[in-house]
Design a protein around this ligand. Sequence first.
Ligand code: R2B
Length: 310
Amino acid sequence: CTNGIGSAQNEIAYKNNGYIRNSYLQNNDNDNLFHLNLSRKDLNFKATFGDVKFVCIGGTAHRMKNFAYFIMKELELPFPNGSDLKDLTGHGHRYSMYKVGCVLCVNHGMGYPSIMILLNEVIKLLYYAEVEDPIIFRIGTSGGSYIPNGTVVISNEAVNDYFEPYCLIPVLGKTTKQRTMLDQNLISELQNICENNFDFPIIVGKTMSNEHFYESTASKYGLICEYSDEDRNQFFGLLKKHKVVNLDMEAVVLSSLTHKLGIKSAIINVVVNSVTTEELIVPTEQERKEWEKRPQKIVLEYIKQYQSRN
Ligand code: R2B
């Protein structure tokens, strides 16, 4: 964002802190993270969040709260005072956020706008807390393209609805294209961890992010379906041709934003419904619960290994 004040000032802000591109944020002691319901006026961000190293994000508040408990138990962190983990967004009700040790767990909702707002505010939070070199993991669910349900995909590339490695963002009435890019070293580290620790299927591959859950994925179950089976098959052919293995609604946003800001991030999704099978296969609740834990187990193992090295 240049905010009409010229790129030189923004360049200064960028040099002072590797992951902020807005000089207005410097010395902004009153900033209010509206959707997280956190204000710098009321909270000392450095004291509260200064020790964060990992930010783990996923779609639902319920899943991220369970993940926070899981991390707390597995890392043998003390149970918080009182009987429950505290949602740090209080009465915000847009997102829910939990902090367990150096891990911040937040839900991002569904789709581009929701994760974009969340990332803007969480990354500003990290900046105000003076966190250096954070790592952001998306641990989510996705559709599958010619791979079985339950498979975990570590994304090595994120493409948009047009098979391009860009996030299209409207800025001042024009479409801007932000390149998506993921940290290949982090992907290799995750792959190594997976090889030695888990017996469920895990692959590394290309993720497509869709803006529309139904029509963008050739679904037969949306409110509107104006394409033929032949059109659908053509689209599935394109998925195959472009080597897309899974489809979500957020990877493009996370990978482009973190690439632009120089923050490490990884996307680990489990496939819960195949997009390319003729009939929709709905998993049982038990299957879904077990599958949703898979990306969480990988991230837990990464955090454990990171902590044993540091
Ligand atoms: C996966 O699941 C959600 C849609 O059902 C969306 O957030 C995604 O990426």
